[in-house]
Design a protein around this ligand. Structure first.
Ligand SMILES: NC(=O)c1ccc[n+]([C@@H]2O[C@H](COP(=O)([O-])OP(=O)(O)OC[C@H]3O[C@@H](n4cnc5c(N)ncnc54)[C@H](OP(=O)(O)O)[C@@H]3O)[C@@H](O)[C@H]2O)c1
Length: 111
């Protein structure tokens, strides 16, 4: 395949599958990049979002974009769709990325 669409977000990182796709030159498309809206109260993501003056949704989308994944967040609300696109004026730094990896939220085997 040229593209593999898989569930993929800051909480569900699918490390082995992503590495395999990269080795095989298969583009990775992450669905549910906002974890279906369930991660908005996560303390790690909240702290990262606050640090960058962004929302948790924007931090999650940035994580996905910054990893090079084709990213397809869904919202039925115009304002959120607009906000969700506004992720190209900041970057997650090494500290942020490490905090996401070490956060023991759920599905931690997929760092
Ligand atoms: N290939 C597959 O098997 C598969 C499976 C699932 C999904 N998908 C694709 O992936 C796309 C996205 O996945 P998804 O819908 O499962 O999950 P998602 O994009 O991770 O999350 C969508 C949820 O997040 C909420 N949301 C969106 N923006 C937000 C924001 N800025 N702040 C707070 N909440 C926000 C939405 O609510 P509101 O709508 O109320 O804003 C909705 O409840 C789908 O449209 C579909 O194309 C593919």
């Amino acid at each position: 395949p040229s593209v593999n669409q898989i569930e993929l977000n800051a909480f569900f990182r699918q490390r082995e599958l992503v590495e395999y796709c990269r080795q095989e030159n298969i583009a990775v498309m992450g669905y549910s990049p906002l974890s279906k809206g369930t991660g908005m109260n996560d303390p790690t993501l909240k702290a990262i979002a606050k640090k960058h003056k962004k929302s948790v949704a924007q931090a999650m989308i940035r994580w996905s974009v910054q990893n090079g994944f084709i990213t397809i967040p869904k919202s039925a609300k115009f304002e959120r769709i607009s906000d969700n696109c506004d992720v190209f004026d900041f970057s997650l730094d090494h500290q942020d990325l490490a905090a996401i990896v070490s956060a023991r939220n759920f599905l931690t085997l997929t760092n």
